[in-house]
Design a binder for this molecule. Sequence first.
Ligand code: NAP
Length: 302
Amino acid sequence: MQEKIGFIGLGIMGQGMARNLLKAGFPLRVWNRTHSKTEQLVAEGATAASSPADVAAHCDIIITCVSDTPDVEAVLLHENGIIYGAAAGNLVIDCSTISPQATQRFAGILAQKGAHLLDAPVSGGSEGAAKGTLSIMVGGDEAQFSRALPIFQAMGKTITHVGPTGAGQTVKLVNQILVVVTMLGISEALLFAQAGGLDLAKVLTAVSGGAAGSWMLANRGPQVIQRDWRPGFTIDLQQKDLRLVLDTADALGVPALTTSTVFNLYRTLQQQGLGAEGNHALVKALENLAGLEISDGGKVGG
Ligand code: NAP
């Protein structure tokens, strides 16, 4: 019998992920703190739930995609949380990016009810969520991973079981180091190109297909040169992830030099009230240092 799926957290990522589950034919019950965000999905065939506990009471598998560690704790354990509707055998799949240590604690609490947890943070941005092409890095029990695979396949393309509970979150932090260090490099390179009087659209075309190419360059490079700061991923959420990286690096005793530099650069942008802009607005911190602005608007694709 097909398992009933619940989805909690219909933000930038959750909207696309939930829609792809509906498109794949899964019966879907949805809940979001701000109720209005459920309306479009209900119009497309989902059922609205009254609380996370209500989602859990009616579903076998409950997916969460909320902002931060305290937010997962809220939908899981607080009043009307998942734990109050969950039964033995239920599976919670947490697609949020949160603390690996807290993930292990949540798994222990669910286990007391006979329920399971997979940590399954995602990468690929709002575009990947909408297109169903996310990379999903999964920690937890192998049998639960196999159980959840059809769900992951509806939302993502590269699905990797990376180890026990918490390992998915740790791999996601590896991913975030690579994302921000790449974005710092793109920022520095485009500012350099600007100072050199180059046509930035041509620069992107020339370098994207070579060894310097990357997802960030292909997707965020054009946005930078058009000065389009709409978020795929906000600076505020990016900072949350970098805090998790720096905490974990501290616990592991490894240096994280460039990540801490980027963390401090983003902090200057947050101080300027830019925390809701996309993480590619990192270039603005370098512009402030250089006294130079990227101003190639409109030439993308030209
Ligand atoms: P978002 O658009 O800000 O959405 C956050 C979602 O979490 C909203 O549905 C929000 O509800 C809900 N939420 C936050 N705090 C809550 C609480 N205390 N109780 C109940 N619901 C709460 O964020 P997003 O970009 O979709 O990111 C979601 C997660 O995916 C984050 O962990 C993020 O790091 C991760 N992620 C994001 C991206 C990306 O490119 N955007 C990529 C990979 C991973 P309301 O609607 O009521 O505010």
